[in-house]
Design a protein around this ligand. Structure first.
Ligand SMILES: [Zn+2]
Ligand SMILES: [Zn+2]
Length: 134
C-alpha cells in the first residue's frame, strides 16, 4: 500500500501500525539528547516531523511523559517507540526507523550535539548544542 499517498510503518511486533497520509513531513532532525539515547538504546534518534493529523496510528499505544509536555508513545507489547508528541503542539515526531521503506526523511539538522558521540559524522548538517533556537 505504499505509494505517493503515504508511507507505512509500525512497531517491531506489528500490533501498532502507522500511516502517513501524504508526503507532508515538515522536516526532520537527528537528536543526541540523553532521553533519545536511552529510549532507542542507540547513540541518537532520527525523527520525521509531521502535522498531527497527517499521521494515522492504529493499535493501542502507551505514553510516557518524558518532559512536562513531551509524550513518547510505545507499543505496550514489544515496547518499540513509535512516536513522540508534545501537549499543545500540532506536531508528531516519528522515529524514521519505524517506516517500512529505507531512505525516507533524511534529517536536516542535529540537536543536543553537546551529548553527541565523538565519532559521529554530521555530514555537513547544521548542529545545535541544545534544542534548535526558533
Ligand atoms: Zn509492538
Ligand atoms: Zn532527543
Amino acid at each position: 500500500m505504499n505509494s505517493d499517498q503515504g508511507h507505512e510503518g509500525g512497531c517491531a511486533c506489528g500490533r501498532v501500525c502507522l500511516l502517513t497520509r501524504e508526503w507532508s513531513a515538515e522536516g526532520g532532525n537527528l537528536c543526541h539528547c540523553m532521553t533519545c539515547r536511552r529510549i532507542h538504546g542507540a547513540p541518537f534518534g532520527v525523527y520525521a516531523i509531521f502535522p498531527r493529523d497527517a499521521v494515522e496510528v492504529t493499535g493501542a499505544t502507551r505514553a510516557w511523559a518524558s518532559s512536562a509536555m513531551g509524550r513518547r508513545h510505545h507499543c505496550p507489547h514489544c515496547v518499540s517507540p513509535v512516536y513522540l508528541a508534545f501537549d499543545g503542539l500540532d506536531e508528531i515526531e516519528v522515529p524514521t526507523g519505524v517506516f517500512d521503506e529505507i531512505g525516507l526523511y533524511p534529517p536536516e539538522y542535529e540537536i543536543w550535539c553537546r551529548s553527541a558521540e565523538p565519532w559521529h559524522d554530521a555530514q555537513g548538517r547544521p548542529r545545535h548544542a541544545e534544542a534548535r533556537a526558533e
